[in-house]
Design a protein around this ligand. Structure first.
Ligand code: TYD
Length: 218
């Protein structure tokens, strides 16, 4: 499929954008072609990073200041890359990751105002030039996303809702931030219109993946 060993695809977007459903569908799509697929997530994805996840996603919204939060994200990310992602790619597997470093650029950089450049410097320090082959950015009006996320959290009564409870302006900055990331790095990132039904979004995801595979094979 490609000349390099594995394929690393990250899924990004605001709350309630339907990433998780689409990851499962894309996993099946690759498996049906006989590929080995690893599905993982951030923060988390390795035993150490999952411990840090627990620190990050529970408790009061003001529990961590923005810099500490960003450092914890990159500490967990470094562990995840070294222990889970890189070994899988070296084995030639497809890695599908629910959020990666662009979430730090969007949430900590744009959302909490640390700035994209500050976060990209941390990115470089923590994991160097390592980045996804393809990043799918799920885009949705924020009211719709929060409505979907609200329904999900009402159902599971999850305790991991620290980020969902931040204000509307924060979520608007996030959406704008993700769109800016996509235009800054257009060759790596594809914006997916996440409105509409699951089938329609899935077709957009597969089209984006196929065009990336064709591009890499060329
Ligand atoms: P999760 O329950 O996995 O949410 P989602 O289904 O929306 O992906 O929680 C992850 C939360 O952590 C989410 O609100 C985004 C936030 N986050 C950051 O702020 N920075 C990051 O670098 C990452 C990876 C996640």
């Amino acid at each position: 499929m490609t000349s390099k060993p594995g394929l690393f695809i990250s899924f990004e977007g605001g709350e309630g954008s339907g990433k998780s459903t689409q990851i499962r569908r894309l996993e099946k799509w690759f498996r049906d072609q006989g590929k080995d697929v690893v599905v993982t997530r951030e923060p988390g994805g390795s035993p150490g990073a999952e411990e840090i996840r627990n620190l990050l996603l529970t408790g009061d919204p003001g529990r961590w200041d923005a810099v500490t939060e960003a450092l914890l994200m990159f500490a967990s990310r470094r562990d995840h890359v070294e222990r889970t992602i890189r070994p899988a790619l070296n084995d030639g597997k497809v890695v599908l990751c629910d959020r990666f470093a662009d979430s730090s650029v969007a949430y900590q950089g744009y959302g909490h105002g640390l700035g994209a450049e500050y976060i990209r410097n941390l990115w470089k320090l923590a994991i160097g030039d390592f980045k996804p082959d393809l990043t799918l950015i799920f885009d949705l009006p924020i009211e719709l996303g929060l409505e979907r996320a609200g329904a999900r959290f009402a159902n599971v009564s999850a305790a991991e809702d620290r980020f969902e409870r931040m204000g509307l302006e924060f979520h608007q900055r996030l959406r704008d931030g993700f769109r800016e990331i996509a235009s800054d790095e257009a060759e790596r990132c594809t914006v997916i219109d996440a409105s509409g039904d699951v089938e329609a979004v899935s077709a957009r995801v597969i089209a984006a993946v196929q065009s990336r595979i064709a591009g890499q094979g060329a």
